[in-house]
Design a protein around this ligand. Structure first.
Ligand SMILES: Nc1ncnc2c1ncn2[C@@H]1O[C@H](COP(=O)(O)OP(=O)(O)O)[C@@H](O)[C@H]1O
Ligand SMILES: [Mg+2]
Length: 269
């Protein structure tokens, strides 16, 4: 394996609790090097899943957080000036393509449209990355796979994925886990007992019913783990839920009041 990507190998098994057939389906997709979109709300386990899969497949994982300032050169690379003149530096996408990593573009709709277009030739039969500035066409290493995450929840149509991008990918659906599984995850990741985890999950599930009305999104598994972590640190549940769950997701008095009501219903007043 290429020296440049060894640092991206995942050394020990990440904890991932499967919710359905996603491991088997992803393995089949990887075997075909099919580009995949992980679809689902924030904090539901997409990143953890890809870390787990990269570990399982023994492939390096190069993850790139997308944002509106991310340019095509940030992904593919650029010429930089040094003592010897201008030298080309591969960007993280190019490194993944050359050396055979799984490249994970996190929250891809946040990237600018011209940035998304550079992945198109990588995501169809060409499996190639043109480096226009350098006049080079990089053919993808046999192990290379493109994966991206996408939260379909609250996108404005301007930020939706283009059909030309969508049709190059397969998609795996992610949701917040079932009650029992989520409780297990919160116990393990937040180091709390099953009673505390059950109550936290109950609050989150109530908040998720407000989705699309009072809230863009309900309380995520990630938030529950943060709250659990504070509780296991000795903070009382009410304060922990305020800091880690209710206050971050809304600024509206009536919504906060409703959320506080859920906390009281599960932890008492
Ligand atoms: N199925 C799962 N197995 C293990 N941990 C999970 C699972 N789902 C969520 N988590 C926990 O929730 C946290 C947030 O998940 P993450 O993968 O970062 O969410 P996303 O990438 O979907 O926003 C993780 O750090 C992990 O602790
Ligand atoms: Mg993520």
């Amino acid at each position: 394996m290429d020296e440049r990507i060894k640092p991206y190998l995942i050394a020990s098994e990440p904890y991932y609790r499967p919710a359905g057939r996603e491991v088997e389906l992803f393995e089949a997709a990887y075997a075909r090097r099919m580009p995949i979109i992980l679809k689902g709300p924030t904090g539901c386990g997409k990143t953890r899943f890809i870390e787990y899969m990269a570990w399982r497949l023994r492939k390096p994982l190069i993850a790139i957080a997308c944002n509106e300032d991310l340019s095509a050169s940030d992904l593919v690379g650029r010429f930089l000036l040094d003592a010897n003149g201008t030298v080309w530096h591969d960007g993280p996408l190019t490194t993944a393509v050359r050396c055979g990593a799984i490249c994970y573009l996190d929250e891809v709709v946040e990237a600018r449209a011209d940035t998304t277009v550079v992945i198109h030739p990588l995501a169809d039969h060409r499996r190639a990355l043109p480096l226009d500035r350098r006049g080079e066409l990089v053919l993808a290493h046999a192990d290379f796979q493109l994966v991206m995450s996408y939260n379909p929840g609250y996108q404005s149509s301007a930020k939706d994925l283009k059909m030309s991008t969508r049709q190059r990918f397969g998609a795996l659906d992610f949701h917040y886990p079932h009650k029992e599984i989520e409780t297990e995850i919160v116990m393990r990741e937040g180091a709390v007992d099953s009673d505390t985890a059950t109550r936290l999950v109950g609050i989150a599930r109530q908040s998720r019913e407000l989705r699309g009305r009072a809230l863009d999104e309900g309380i995520s598994t990630r938030m529950l783990i943060h709250a659990a972590g504070l509780i296991s640190h000795g903070i009382d549940p009410h304060a922990a839920c305020r800091i880690a769950m209710t206050r971050p997701i809304s600024d509206e008095e009536d919504v906060l009041h409703a959320l506080d009501g859920f906390v009281e219903a599960h932890f008492g007043t």
